[in-house]
Structures are given as C-alpha cells and as structure tokens.
Design a protein around this ligand. Structure first.
Ligand code: B12
Ligand SMILES: C[S@@+](CC[C@H](N)C(=O)[O-])C[C@H]1O[C@@H](n2cnc3c(N)ncnc32)[C@H](O)[C@@H]1O
Length: 532
C-alpha cells in the first residue's frame, strides 16, 4: 500500500521545505506504530500555497507516485486549493482513498463530505492515532464502523460520523519525527517548525489554539532536550520556529527550554510567539543570551472593552516596561519585534484600532495587523450572530462588519492598513511621516490613513504589500510617483518648502530603492497575502 501525505504550506519565497508540523507527525506515528508497516510505503509532499502557476505540477507529482491513500492537511490558507486538487485527483486516481484532516475539516465534516463527493474520509481533531487506525483498517479491508474520530462515506454513499476520539493524554507516546528519522534535517531547507506543547491555557474566543482541549499537554523536558539537541547541533538548520501559542505562558518551563538551547547552541536563530505582560526579568535576561531573530507579541487591541468581548486582558501598564527591557536585551539579534493587532473585533470601533496602531508605533514595534477571522470550532463562530458579525464565506473568513464596526469603519481600517504597509516596507520614508506629524501636530495614524486613503481611491491598496512569488516587478511605480507629487504639493500648501523638496528627492530615488526594499522585506512579510 502506498500512502501520500500532502501539505500545502504557506511558505515564503524560496523556503521550499519547512521541517515539522502535521504531516511529519502523522507519518512518524504510522511508521513507528503500524503493524503492517512493512507492506506500506509513505511519501511526504510539502508544497507551497503561494505558488500561482498551474496546479498540474502538484497533481502530476502526486499521481506519479500512484498512492492508494492520500492524506491532505487542510488549513484556512490551503482549503480552497485542496478542494481544487482533489477534484482532479479523483478523476486521475479513481480508486485512491482521499482523506482530509486538519482544523479546516474538523468541525463541519458531514457538510463538507456532502458538498465534496471526492472526499472519502475526514479525520477530525488530533490525527496520529486515528489515521494509523484507519490505515490498518484499509490495509486489512475491515469496516470503519468502530474507528472513532472519523466521518466517512460508506459503500452505498452515505456519510457517517463516528464518535469523537478522546485526546491522548501523554504526548510523549507520539514518536518523535526528529528522533526516528521521519524528518531528515539534511534534506530540509533549514527551517524547523517545533512544538513543545499542544493547546493553550488562554481562552481568546477567536482562536483555535486550544484545539478544544481543556488543558495544555506538554512534551516532557527530557524529550524536548533530546529533540532540540539534534536540531541545534545540525549544521543544516538555519532557524527554529517555536509553534507554542504563548511560549512564555509558564515561566519555569520556558526558562528550562531556553537553557537547553543555550547549552547546545546559543547562536541558533529562534522565533517565538509570546505575551508581553507575562515577561519576567529572568526570562528577558535568558532571551538576551540567545539569538532571538523574531518575536511575535499578541496585543490584538488597545481597547479594554474589545478585549473583554474576546476574553482577553492586556495589562497595558506593564507592557511598555517589559517590552522596553526585552528590546534592549535582544537588540543584538532582533531589530524590531512584531505586535499583533486584530481589527473588526466585536465591541470595537475604528477609533480604537487607530489608538492601537499609535500605541504600537509609540512602543517601537512593527505592526502585524489582521482582520478578525471567524474559524469554525471557535467560540466566536458560535457567538457570531449575537455580535452581528458578517464574515466572508470562503477561507480565511475575514470579518466584513459587526454591530459596532460597520463597513465604513472597515474601509477606514483598510486605508490605515495601506499606511501601515508603507512604514512596514522598511522605514525608508519614515522621516517624511515624522516631519508631517510634527508639522501638523497630529497622530501617526492620521497620516497613515491619509496615505492609505490616497492609494485606496486609486485602487492600489496592495502597493506596499510584498508580493510573494515575484517580488521585483512592481507595475504600480507610477502610482507611487503620483503620490509623491501629491505629498509634495500638499506640503507646499502647508508652506513647508523643506518637506516638499525632500519628497521630490524621494521620487528621484524611488525606482532604485523599490527593488532593494522588495528584496529585504521578501522573507519577512510573505504571508500578508491573505490579509486585506
Ligand atoms: C505553524 C503555524 C503557522 C505557520 C505555517 C504552517 C507551517 N506549516 O509551518 C505560519 C506562521 C506561516 C502560519 C500562518 C498563519 N496561520 Co497558523 N498556525 C500554525 C500553528 C502555530 C501550528 C500548526 C502545526 O503545525 N501544529 C502542529 C501539528 C502537529 O498540529 P496540527 O496542525 O493541529 O495538526 C494535527 C491535526 O490538525 C491533524 N491533522 C492536520 N493535518 C492533517 C492531515 C491528515 C491527513 C490527517 C489525518 C490529520 C491532520 O492531525 C495533526 C496531528 O495531530 C497553528 C496553531 C497550533 N498550535 O496548531 C496555527 C494555525 C494553524 N494557524 C492559523 C491561522 C489562522 C494562520 C494565519 C491565517 C494567521 C492567523 N494567525 O490568523 C496565517 C495564514 C498563512 C497565510 N498564508 O496567510 C489557525 C488555522 C485556522 C484554520 N481554520 O485553518 C491556527 C489553528 C491558529 C489559530 N489562529 O487558531 N501558521
Ligand atoms: C499564536 S497567536 C499569538 C498568541 C499570543 N502569544 C497572544 O498573546 O495572543 C498568533 C496571532 O494570530 C492572530 N490570530 C489568531 N486567531 C485569529 C483570528 N481568528 N483572526 C485574526 N487573527 C487571529 C492573533 O493576532 C494572534 O496574536
């Protein structure tokens, strides 16, 4: 029997192979635990969701392998591509069993299977044990009636949803894909995606990180040390992305993981998701001893009332102090940290989003904005009607309005976002923004919105967003030139000759700079593509 695992990863640019994540975990379990493994061949297909060429390349690679079973890993960034792929694959491999798993199919499996006849089986929730059982049943031609955690199509075409599978309590029972050779670091492109826990202790109502679990399950520190040792000592690894939703949720444990890293390779570039208000001096100091390349910090909103509706509490008073210390401690390895904001939250207003933007700029962070997205399986999905939330019907389910954040405020947010893209593009023109701010005595966000509105009206709202597949060739240079003229004359009207001259100089250097900015930002903002 041949089993193919397919992940369409939102990989960025040349990153062709991110080692880690679902398909490796599933393959690792199957190889280690399946009693029939000697008769089973497996292959991992790790494709790029940002690829915009014909899907035939992916289809032909899968079909060429002639799999009997194909497992697709399905997330909001690839669900539409997966639906597209399976339509063709069904025709080319009519006898193959098409299995989908992942967060996009775990909460609406019956409906999906009714709408998409190409799907034979869906695995809901955590996949290791269930997938292994399904393969054994298929291998031995056994009925699937007793397998929990699946929704499947019977021979007469009915869709049957079996009972949920309780979560396996001990994560260490899942064989490590790093230690058993499922992941060959020498074949990867140097990026490792690594989890030390599953689940999240916070209950933010929009988020799926809890994965329906009432508590966080941890891998033992012994297992983490064994795996990290291998990863940290590998000359092929260029960065480790920690998948834990809030790396510093438990101080003692986080410190121990950081100490392991320090012991084996303090120079390894690292990326973390953290909460600023949970930082302690000990943690900051320990981060400072390492090579922290990227830090994502969840803020979501400056507004207390919006945070209340999404079951979050940000301690704004201490965030500034903690981030100031962190910035100093990791300055040698990380120029700027990213702070996450969500706009369109229930109970929120555009005015608050603007305040959040100004707050982050004041803190010296880089804004990572996203519209609120309503994922099946979250509390907000269930409560969306109560909040008057209207969201897009296709992934990634961006919110269009809610009862406090109407369409007009949404459009203002889109405009502000164009301005944020502008400064995120490398800060080349920030001197102009600062000068205007001083001249006009207004907030940064007022200017960013003015800039954004200009491009929005010209329908060039993605002018500063990094294009992922072909970063160099920008056709909207002339719109930017016009904009500089506009700013220049705006400044003249304000009687600010100096600024006007500065803007003119920028126009002259624009085209050359544009190329460099694209290149330097290419790797950092790749997955903005889904963001409007
Ligand atoms: C790593 C990660 C990313 C990486 C990319 C993924 C990668 N390959 O590395 C990056 C940073 C790029 C990313 C980006 C985004 N992400 Co993200 N990300 C994650 C994260 C932290 C880990 C995923 C992971 O690999 N986990 C480890 C594996 C082992 O667990 P798993 O994914 O749950 O898989 C298990 C089951 O789902 C199932 N399963 C999965 N696939 C399959 C396939 C088969 C065949 C079977 C049988 C079973 C199965 O079995 C697996 C093992 O038990 C998750 C949250 C989390 N902690 O899981 C969010 C998560 C997947 N991301 C999410 C989102 C929304 C995003 C963004 C839109 C940004 C955002 N936060 O709003 C962007 C979109 C990217 C784009 N193009 O625009 C959501 C997905 C919601 C959804 N319905 O799809 C999650 C769940 C977090 C959340 N916000 O709630 N993300
Ligand atoms: C792993 S979470 C960050 C957790 C972080 N440590 C915190 O304190 O929130 C990554 C980011 O994804 C974004 N995110 C998650 N779910 C989202 C959703 N449904 N809609 C929009 N953004 C979302 C949030 O901005 C969040 O900060």
């Amino acid at each position: 029997m041949k089993v193919a695992f397919v992940m369409i990863d939102p990989m960025i640019g040349k990153r062709l192979h991110r080692a880690g994540g679902a398909i490796y975990a599933l393959s690792s379990y199957l190889k280690d635990r399946n009693p029939y493994i000697s008769g089973i061949d497996t292959k991992i297909f790790n494709f790029n969701s940002l690829y915009t060429g014909p899907l035939n390349l992916y289809i032909s690679a899968i079909v060429d392998y002639k799999p009997d079973v194909i497992g697709f890993s399905t997330y909001c960034w690839n669900v539409e591509i997966v639906k597209n792929l399976i339509r063709s694959i069904r025709k080319l491999l009519p006898d193959a069993t098409v299995i989908l798993g992942g967060p996009e199919v775990s909460y609406n499996s019956e409906e999906l299977m009714s709408d998409h006849k190409e799907i034979d089986l869906i695995i809901r929730g955590e996949g290791e044990i269930t997938f292994n059982e399904v393969i054994s049943h298929l291998y031995t031609n056994k009925e699937l009636t007793g397998v929990s955690g699946i929704t499947y199509r019977t021979k007469n075409g009915n869709v049957v949803q079996n009972a949920d599978r309780p979560l396996h309590p001990v994560l260490d029972d899942f064989p490590s894909p790093f230690l058993n050779g499922t992941i060959n670091l020498a074949e990867s492109d140097g990026e490792v995606a690594y989890e030390t826990v599953r689940g999240c202790k916070f209950r933010c109502s929009y988020c799926l990180h809890t994965k329906g679990m009432s508590h966080v399950r941890e891998y033992s520190l012994e297992r983490v040390e064994e795996e990290l040792r291998l990863i940290l000592l590998s000359p092929c690894v260029k960065i480790i992305w920690f998948l834990d939703p809030t790396f510093n949720a438990e101080e003692e444990r986080a410190l121990k993981v950081l100490e392991i890293i320090e012991r084996y390779n303090p120079n390894m570039p690292l990326a973390f998701e953290i909460r600023a208000d949970l930082l302690t001096d000990r943690l900051i100091e320990q981060f400072g001893r390492l090579n922290v390349a990227e830090v994502g910090i969840g803020l979501q909103s400056y507004s207390e009332s919006a945070n209340k509706h999404i079951h979050r509490k940000n301690n704004i008073e201490i965030i500034e102090e903690k981030l100031g210390k962190l910035k100093k401690a990791i300055a040698h390895s990380c120029e700027q940290f990213d702070i996450d904001l969500i706009y369109g939250l229930p109970g929120d207003l555009f005015e608050n989003y603007k305040k959040s933007v100004d707050y982050i700029l004041y803190l010296g962070g880089r804004i990572y904005y996203q519209p609120l997205r309503i994922f099946k399986g979250t509390q907000l999905y269930n409560d969306s009607e109560d909040y008057g939330i209207v969201f897009n019907g296709t992934a990634p389910y961006n919110v269009l309005s809610n009862s406090t954040y109407d369409m007009e405020q949404m459009v203002s947010s889109y405009c502000l976002n164009v301005g944020i893209d502008y400064i995120n593009r490398g800060g080349i023109y920030n001197d102009i923004i600062s000068a205007i701010k001083e001249a006009k005595q207004c907030a940064y966000s007022d200017i960013l919105q003015l800039i954004g509105r200009y491009f929005w009206d010209k329908q060039a709202y993605d002018i500063f967003r990094v294009s992922n597949w072909t970063p160099d060739d920008r056709s909207d240079a002339s719109v930017f030139d016009d904009f500089c003229q506009f700013l220049g004359s705006y400044m003249l009207k304000e009687n600010n000759m100096d600024l006007s001259r500065k803007v003119r100089e920028k126009i002259d250097g624009y085209l050359d700079m544009e190329k460099d900015i694209s290149k330097s930002m290419y790797s950092q903002y790749g997955y903005f593509q889904l963001t409007i």
